[in-house]
Design a protein around this ligand. Structure first.
Ligand SMILES: N[C@@H](CCC(=O)N[C@@H](CS)C(=O)NCC(=O)O)C(=O)O
Length: 208
């Protein structure tokens, strides 16, 4: 049987976490890089809600990033990420934190969004992570797990909005945690650049 297809967008934090779970699991997919402004029809046909990531495994369509993570880790979970999962923390990340992140980072896209107000609301979540990381080196235990890998791509984006400000903020544990994960082999390996499938017609064996 041919490998499943993964529609992905390099810079999307949801797609990043899906790629990391696939890479650690040792599953192999064919990666089709997309851009959000020009999505391939094949992806929209498979998943009309048209968000990345989308995994197409024969007739099975997995089009939520956490479900893609579970799909991969359910097959093989060598670092026991599923044991270090904190689903309610991930929900808070994907809900309120993401809401404030978007309105902080892209405030001009939202009418009446006050970037500073959303930054300080976002910081409330980061202070919560800081407390967690004071108790253990990772969010849900002694080693990196689903919570860390699902959440850090969004904290990375929050930092990118104003790196100088983030780096001088009083969240030392979060800063160290984020740096460690951003410099990890698994993250660096999934951030490789690919030409888009739609323009180049090329798909790539992933992980390489
Ligand atoms: N709940 C979805 C969210 C995925 C999502 O929103 N991805 C963004 C890119 S980061 C997207 O595809 N947006 C569609 C668009 O902008 O057209 C998941 O976890 O997979």
């Amino acid at each position: 049987m041919s490998s499943p297809i993964l529609y992905s967008f390099r810079r999307c934090p949801y797609a990043m976490r899906a790629r990391m779970a696939i890479a650690i699991s040792g599953e192999h997919v064919q990666l089709r890089e997309i851009v959000l402004r020009d999505k391939p029809d094949e992806m929209i046909e498979a998943s009309p809600k048209a968000t990345v990531p989308v995994l197409v495994n024969g007739d099975e369509i997995v089009d939520e990033s956490l479900a893609v993570m579970r799909w991969a880790l359910g097959r093989n979970d060598p670092e026991a990420w599923l044991q270090n999962a904190d689903l309610s923390l991930i929900e808070e990340n994907d809900g309120p934190f993401k809401h404030h992140l978007d309105r902080y980072k892209y405030s001009t896209r939202y009418e009446d969004a006050d970037a500073e107000e959303h930054r300080s609301k976002g910081m409330e979540f980061l202070h919560k992570l800081e407390k967690r990381l004071a108790a253990s080196p990772y969010l849900a235990g002694q080693s990196r797990g689903l919570a860390d890998m699902a959440i850090f791509p969004f904290v990375r984006q929050f930092r990118i909005a104003d790196m100088e400000w983030f780096d001088q903020s009083d969240i030392p544990k979060v800063q160290v945690w984020l740096k460690r994960l951003m410099e990890s082999d698994i993250f660096l390996s999934v951030m490789k650049k690919y030409p888009t499938w739609k323009e180049s017609g090329e798909e790539f064996a992933f992980p390489a």
